[in-house]
Design a binder for this molecule. Structure first.
Ligand code: ASP
Length: 350
């Protein structure tokens, strides 16, 4: 009898360190930093052009998207899942230039680009010029996880999507009246200036940012310390068919590396590609030990400004510090650190 009791006691005692260890780990996990930032595009966003109701609609959708990502992180989930969940909400909203609400090419179609990167193993996946995939970010993730490749475009990407059971939609699924009106407007301006300088690209470049931007993206740090980034877009209004922007180009519009940072960009893609914006910011953090705030600011507000490239990024580092610099008048964005309330902004100060 005594022996049995002793055995039970000693078994119980030998389990104690384990149990203490377990509760300590759970607690430690609860104290691990986690954070998420999202954007819905940068551009010339004039306050006077957005009614109170429209502003509220943007803010509500940003809130819904960031909460979708936050919920996953708060439960100890993966940064990659959080990024995808947040982007899906924005892709399904006609307010943003990704998924429904994507801009039109010059000839009146939609061609979508997207990419994801997993900072834990530098895995990446991207699709470009897809026109029937409801949520291109999901396909980008499938390219990363289920194919040996990093980037697939056009028909090849869509054939791969069939094999992955992705949701297909007709190209008209992405139609919205406001984007169509933007195309008509843009075409008038392009055709007028084309008569002058006979250069399509120069004419497109002359369009103001309102015609160009609205891409969506998300970056996140999870409780395991993993960083992830995702970007999804319809590209730029009146782009030539076949044009591919920075959103699916790893290192330009999207980048993530554990221990360093994760970036999602929005802006004039041709500049973001040539200036390797997302990777440049992370390189400054990694090799020059700059803070994420300083590194992102240098690239967006110095290097890009000098080059004439407009846009912005959301950036997060390994500790969950967030930077959201942009060199346009506004950028739809939201940040949420741990369980703090989300900070939702359109302009510099509100
Ligand atoms: N960066 C995107 C592109 O050039 C446009 C945007 O950010 O809205 O395709």
């Amino acid at each position: 009898m005594k022996n049995k009791l002793f055995n039970r006691l000693s078994v119980g005692m030998s389990l104690m360190p384990l149990l203490i260890g377990l509760s300590f780990n759970l607690q430690a996990d609860d104290n691990k930093p986690f954070a998420i930032a999202i954007h819905g595009g940068a551009g010339t966003i004039n306050e006077a052009d957005l009614s109170e109701v429209q502003q509220q609609a943007y803010r509500d959708k940003l809130q819904q998207a960031i909460e979708a990502g936050h919920k996953i992180l708060a439960q100890g989930g993966d940064s990659l899942d959080a990024v995808q969940a947040a982007i899906n909400v924005l892709e399904d909203s006609p307010l943003f230039n990704a998924g429904v609400g994507a801009v039109y090419t010059f000839d009146g179609k939609h061609e979508l680009d997207a990419s994801v990167m997993d900072g834990r193993n530098m895995a990446a996946g991207a699709v470009a010029g897809v026109s029937h995939i409801k949520n291109p970010i999901n396909l980008a993730r499938a390219v990363m996880e289920k194919s040996p490749h990093v980037m697939l475009y056009g028909q090849g990407a869509e054939e791969f999507a069939i094999s992955q059971g992705m949701e297909f939609v007709p190209n008209q699924h992405f139609d919205t009246t406001h984007r169509y009106n933007q195309l008509i407007d843009a075409k008038k301006k392009i055709i007028k200036s084309e008569l002058q300088d006979n250069d399509y690209q120069a004419s497109v470049n002359k369009l103001d940012d309102n015609y160009k931007f609205g891409t969506v993206g998300a970056v996140a740090l999870d409780k395991q310390g993993n960083l992830a980034a995702g970007t999804s877009t319809g590209g730029m209004t009146a782009k030539r068919f076949g044009r591919i922007g920075d959103a699916p180009v790893i290192g330009a519009g999207n980048y993530a590396e554990n221990g360093t940072c994760a970036i999602s960009a929005t802006g004039h893609g041709e500049f973001f590609i040539r200036y390797n914006v997302a990777a440049d910011i992370c390189a400054r953090v990694k090799y020059q030990q700059k803070s994420i705030i300083q590194a992102a600011d240098e690239v967006i507000n110095q290097r890009l400004v000098e080059a004439g490239g407009t846009g912005g990024v959301i950036a997060i580092d390994a500790k969950g510090n967030i930077a959201t610099p942009f060199n346009t008048s506004g950028m739809y964005r939201a940040t949420k650190v741990g369980d703090e309330p989300a900070n939702i902004m359109i302009w510099r100060d509100k």
